[in-house]
Design a protein around this ligand. Structure first.
Ligand code: NAP
Length: 416
């Protein structure tokens, strides 16, 4: 395919999929989208950190070949006002593994969220958000070290499917009439109406991904989080389909909580993964009071949205929380915070969310040594209390550095 504005590095090779697995060459072409607002600041810093870690880990034997792709405001500038160029989506698929900065979304009008469009357009059905504590990170918890969970949030349906009709519109009136007259539904006049589809297909593939991850990483449990006590045929169905996948497709790997008490006297058989479920509202309390009981979490879209940010806040906030949107193989890693426009181009904000998303990306392509170097460098920088403004205001005696200064500090630790 010939691209209009995308230039593939000549000395790199594309990642491919062979026998259902990623085949990663020594010089893979990885896509990156700078993002809007603070995107340029954090991407510039993060690219330097990832390259330094790969260089240190593999001494030149491996190196990423970066390919810039365009989405959001930078794309609009290049593609005559198009914020969502088709060739970017094509390249994200073609390159298999990419990473992006944050993108602007206007509230209550304008265009649809580019992030949501991207997830749905590319069917990136699992939003994966690891939340773990690094020593020295300011936290409101008494024992933040007990937090170590990975959230798998369904990305393509639920109330995010975009099936919504504004109050007063012709479609809304039509749907309201149908619901009242044919389905005997009761609700106030002039209500905005939204539809919440939750399917077996989307629920099962999400739970499958969470289970695969738990098996591969030797995690202890998978918790299905839902609001099935109220929304029985959507959230409740998600729970039931989740158990179905676990017990029918992963029988030899799992024990359900019910089986644990019925057949195992409450003692986990070694090497098995406990599959349990919790109602969404109590989950927020449990993750504050007894976080060590949770490991991998699989949940529907809206629950996952709230839960991801709330849990991130327990261990440093969205300034450092990483994330990824993953299909069967194609993956787009991303900073989880927004564009923080008031800080754009000030070289001020914390680049860690993007840097850790890159750590996830390095793990995804199985360059774990490079990923681990960044984790250790971060811990060492925190031990020195060398941090950006956001952490400095929470840490006594901290040295405040800029975005690029923080990258420099990490690179120095990586090379040490
Ligand atoms: P935001 O951009 O995340 O910023 C909210 C606040 O979070 C900032 O004012 C800042 O707090 C803190 N923050 C965010 N990123 C930080 C970083 N890297 N380092 C340190 N602090 C950071 O959220 P928003 O203001 O609600 O949204 C702004 C725009 O971003 C909107 O257009 C929204 O739609 C979009 N957005 C995009 C994504 C995405 O692309 N994935 C996600 C969320 C929002 P202080 O002011 O306290 O310093």
């Amino acid at each position: 395919m010939t691209y209009q504005h995308i230039r593939l590095p000549k000395d790199g090779e594309k990642i491919s999929i062979r026998d259902g697995k990623l085949a990663v060459p020594e010089r893979p072409i990885l896509g990156y989208i700078e993002g809007d607002g603070i995107g340029a600041d954090i991407m510039t810093a993060a690219l330097r950190v990832w390259d330094a870690a790969v260089e240190k880990a593999y001494g030149g034997r491996r190196a990423a070949r970066w390919c810039e792709l365009y989405l959001g405001e930078k794309a609009a500038g290049k593609y005559a006002g198009d914020y969502f160029p088709a060739e970017t989506v094509e390249a994200l698929r073609d390159l298999v593994v990419s990473i992006k900065g944050p993108l602007t979304t206007p509230v209550g009008g304008g265009f649809r969220s580019l992030n949501v469009s991207l997830r749905q357009n590319m069917d990136l059905y699992a939003c994966v958000r690891p939340v773990r504590y690094f020593p020295g990170v300011p936290s409101p918890l008494r024992k933040p070290e007990e937090v170590d969970v990975v959230i798998f949030r369904e990305n393509t349906e639920d109330v995010y499917a975009g099936i919504e009709y504004p109050a007063g519109g012709a479609e809304n009136r039509k749907l309201a009439k149908f619901l009242r007259e044919e389905m005997q539904a009761e609700f106030f006049d002039e209500a905005g109406l939204g539809v919440k589809p939750v399917s077996a297909h989307a629920s099962k593939r999400l739970v499958r991904k969470a289970l695969e991850y738990a098996i591969e990483r030797g995690r202890a449990s998978v918790t299905l989080v839902h609001k099935g006590n109220i929304m029985k045929f959507t959230e409740g169905a998600f729970r039931n389909w989740g158990y179905e996948v676990a017990t029918q497709e992963y029988r030899e790997h799992v024990v359900t909580e019910e089986e644990l008490w019925k057949s195992h006297d409450g003692k986990m058989p070694p090497g098995k993964i406990l599959v349990k479920d919790r109602i969404a509202d109590i989950m927020f309390q449990l993750m504050l009071l007894r976080p060590s009981e949770f490991d991998v979490i699989a949940t529907t879209n809206l629950n996952g949205d709230y839960l991801s940010d709330a849990l991130a806040a327990e261990v440093g906030g969205i300034g450092i929380a990483p994330g990824a949107n993953i299909a069967d193989h194609v993956a787009v890693f991303e900073a989880t915070h927004g564009t923080a426009p008031k800080y754009a181009n000030q070289n001020k904000v914390n680049p860690s969310s993007l840097i850790f998303s890159g750590v996830m990306m390095l793990e995804y392509i199985n360059w774990r040594e490079a990923a681990e170097l960044i984790n250790s460098a971060f811990t060492a920088a925190l031990a020195d209390k060398t941090v950006t403004y956001d952490f400095a205001r929470l840490l006594e005696g901290a040295t405040t550095v800029s975005t690029s200064g923080f990258a420099d500090a990490l690179i120095e630790k990586i090379r040490a």
